[in-house]
Design a protein around this ligand. Structure first.
Ligand SMILES: [Zn+2]
Length: 467
């Protein structure tokens, strides 16, 4: 617009030298005013805000209005922690900038807006979490509901039920006890939230839920978890941004046992920050394409409507199952002595196989033999909740969510909490702020040689069953 102003002034000077051209003078002055007036009052675009100087260490979502009649693009120059949606548009719109939590140092990001050859920047400054403070994680989850028959509620699970179960799971992670007694429940300072947007930043019609028609039902959950099929891999949303939870009917093994849920364990970066008990990888950052399997949680939707009535025990409780599986996804092993289960089952050893000193190991095989005497009883004895520490012989009541035998199953211990926090802060392919920049050691493109490690949780129904 400056160039138009100069041109019109030149015409004014020229016309003064030649009064015979008065008409032209008036014309060009008017023309010049029209051109300069129009361009100075009507830039290609305006933004409602350009500077955000004090974004908290927790991060969050910024909303900026763009006013224009033209086509525009929005690009983040720091997309490892600051993402902009949508990346382009035409006409008036709202730009959303998502800023991740900050566990490292104070930092700045720039989002560039281009419109009609004009460029503008949105500058964002975020402070780091002060030493000694803890970040509250809010992790987006996406439920992929697989169904063959949309009329079957046990396949096409309702979004209302999904919300209800996730609320109950969050109460377990908040340290809100269901039962009295036992050790103090731990607040993990972590909330699972239903994803509001898809991977492209589009708002989801049903938050946190997508329904996917599947031509096979039921599905063998172990085959699913180790599958390299493109269709299953493509089902997974960006693991660095979402926890993928897949609901489907699990195949029955026909022996009275039921697999309630199954989950992969996370990876851990080798070196200083390695967490024992997890698969080590060389890299600090991976992408979905680096895995040849669908890293996720799978839940048996045949039991997804199961709750525990007051003063009762229900081994099929879906809220407990999901809390338990997410515990695996965040690095927890079973609280009982797993090594004995995997070997001769006679309980000669008493290894603490969950890397948590505050969860006493017990021999699940021996406990199971004892418990089998009660399977025909209508009421469970209180002793069914009791375990014997196979190292010390001390007895204790089981309240632990990672014990899936008869247990109050409503809490985690401090050591379990510490493991989950470590995974949140360091493990690749886990959403949320990390203590090490994702660009430190990025995995090369392509499938890496990483073994598939998952935990399946088998239960024997005690009376309560579907339908
Ligand atoms: Zn388990």
């Amino acid at each position: 617009m400056q160039s138009y102003t100069k041109i019109s002034n030149l015409f004014i000077l020229y016309v003064f030298k030649d009064m015979k051209r008065q008409f032209a003078y008036i014309f060009f002055v008017l023309f010049g005013l029209v051109v300069t007036g129009c361009t100075s009052e009507d830039p290609a675009f305006t933004l409602s805000q350009n500077n955000f100087s004090n974004i908290s260490p927790e991060g969050g979502t910024l909303s900026i209005d763009i006013r224009t009649s033209s086509t525009w693009t929005a690009t983040s120059l720091n997309d490892d922690w600051c993402n902009v949606y949508p990346s382009s548009g035409t006409g008036n719109g709202t730009i959303r900038i998502e800023v991740e939590g900050n566990l490292s140092a104070d930092r700045n990001a720039t989002v560039v807006i281009f419109c009609d050859n004009e460029r503008s920047e949105i500058n964002i400054a975020q402070t780091a979490l002060p030493e000694g403070q803890e970040l509250t994680y809010r992790i987006p989850v996406i439920f992929h509901v697989l169904y063959k028959d949309a009329a079957d509620d046990y396949q096409y699970v309702s979004a209302t039920r999904i919300r209800q179960v996730l609320d109950n799971v969050n109460a377990y992670y908040d340290g809100t006890p269901v039962w009295t007694g036992g050790d103090t429940p731990q607040d993990v300072n972590l909330e699972f939230v239903l994803a509001e947007t898809d991977e492209e930043g589009n708002e989801l019609e049903i938050p946190g839920v997508e329904y996917v028609q599947w031509n096979q039902m039921p599905i063998d959950c172990e085959s699913f978890m180790s599958s390299s099929s493109e269709r299953i891999l493509n089902l997974m949303w960006d693991m660095n941004k979402y926890i993928n939870i897949v609901l489907y009917n699990f195949s029955d093994y026909g022996d009275g046992s039921v697999i309630m849920g199954i989950s992969h364990l996370p990876l851990s970066t080798a070196g200083t920050n390695y967490l024992e008990g997890l698969q080590a990888v060389e890299y600090t950052h991976l992408e979905n394409d680096n895995l040849g399997y669908p890293q996720c949680v799978s839940i048996n939707s045949l039991y997804f409507y199961e709750d525990t009535p007051a003063r009762c025990y229900n081994p099929m409780d879906a809220n407990v199952t999901l809390a338990h599986e997410l515990g695996h996804y965040l690095g927890l092993h079973h609280a009982f002595n797993e090594d004995d289960e995997e070997s001769d089952g006679l309980g000669k050893d008493c290894t603490d196989s969950d890397y948590c000193e505050d969860t006493p190991p017990y021999n699940r095989y021996v406990y199971g033999l004892w418990l089998s005497h009660y399977y025909q009883e209508s009421k469970l004895p209180m002793e069914a909740f009791q375990r014997e520490d196979c190292n010390t012989g001390d007895t204790f009541l089981s309240y632990n969510l990672m014990d899936y035998e008869i247990s109050f199953s409503d809490r985690f211990t401090p050591d379990q909490r510490a493991r989950m926090r470590h995974v949140l802060e360091y493990s690749p392919l886990i959403p949320g702020a990390k203590r090490i920049s994702s660009t430190t050691r990025m995995a090369p493109a392509g499938v890496l040689d990483i073994p598939v490690i998952y935990k399946k949780c088998v239960k024997y129904s005690v009376g309560l069953k579907k339908k």
